[in-house]
Design a protein around this ligand. Sequence first.
Ligand SMILES: Nc1ncnc2c1ncn2[C@@H]1O[C@H](COP(=O)(O)OP(=O)(O)OP(=O)(O)O)[C@@H](O)[C@H]1O
Length: 260
Amino acid sequence: MPTINFHDVTKDFAVKDGGFLALDHVGLDIEDGEFVTVVGPSGCGKSTLMNIAAGLLDATGGEVLVDGVPVSGPSPERGVIFQQYALFPWMTVAANVEYGLKVAGVKKEERRRRAREVIELVGLTDFADSLPKTLSGGMKQRCAIARAYAVDPKVLLMDEPFGALDSLTRVRMQESLLDTWGRDRRTVMFITHDVDEAVFLANRVVVMAARPGRIHTVIPVTLPYPRTEEMRLSPEFAALRAQVWHAVHHQPAPLEGIAS
Ligand SMILES: Nc1ncnc2c1ncn2[C@@H]1O[C@H](COP(=O)(O)OP(=O)(O)OP(=O)(O)O)[C@@H](O)[C@H]1O
């Protein structure tokens, strides 16, 4: 059984002159421990798809199953990370990371232990008592990742998490995320606009098409893990990048009768 199963998902948004079909019968299985990236032109429905999996939006048709159970709302088993860090500015890194555990009713001692563990995992131990405003963008995002990890989610849903970072920090964050993922092989669905990022991280790259949002093609990434800096410069990487780039930039024609 796949960990995340998008079963015939359709999303129709009500707009003033009728409906806008944002997702049209999307089917996708993400297996246990897989790292899947999703790319596609702006407006093809990437965030809508992720928000439905997160339980933040309802599908108009079809459903998303996580471990065979239909998603009916947000759940701690699905850790969600957005581009904007969404940290509480008045709380230290440690308090931000502990917050979800506190809400879940975890006792203080256990909260402290778990927070220390995940803060170390993302390399922020020296900043555990710092406020978010004193951290760089990359450190804030690592704090957000630690917060998602703290509650031990079954899957991670990441929507352009590194989109606001400079390119060097972004590359470091990709490496650090893969390092963490390599240790626990949590199932990840990761949305990005960046073709290099999509290839570097993934087992499979899902390329979506727009009008209506649908899956255009799925490209397996045959590079082994751990992924290294040298791999980014390899001919195999270049070939995969070209394949994904081509799929993103040569989209199928919009379907007839789709409202805009
Ligand atoms: N609440 C809404 N009401 C009406 N239309 C919406 C709503 N949310 C999204 N849409 C439309 O649905 C389509 C898909 O939006 P979505 O944000 O999922 O795309 P995306 O692929 O994530 O885009 P981007 O890459 O620019 O972030 C877009 O055309 C958008 O305008």
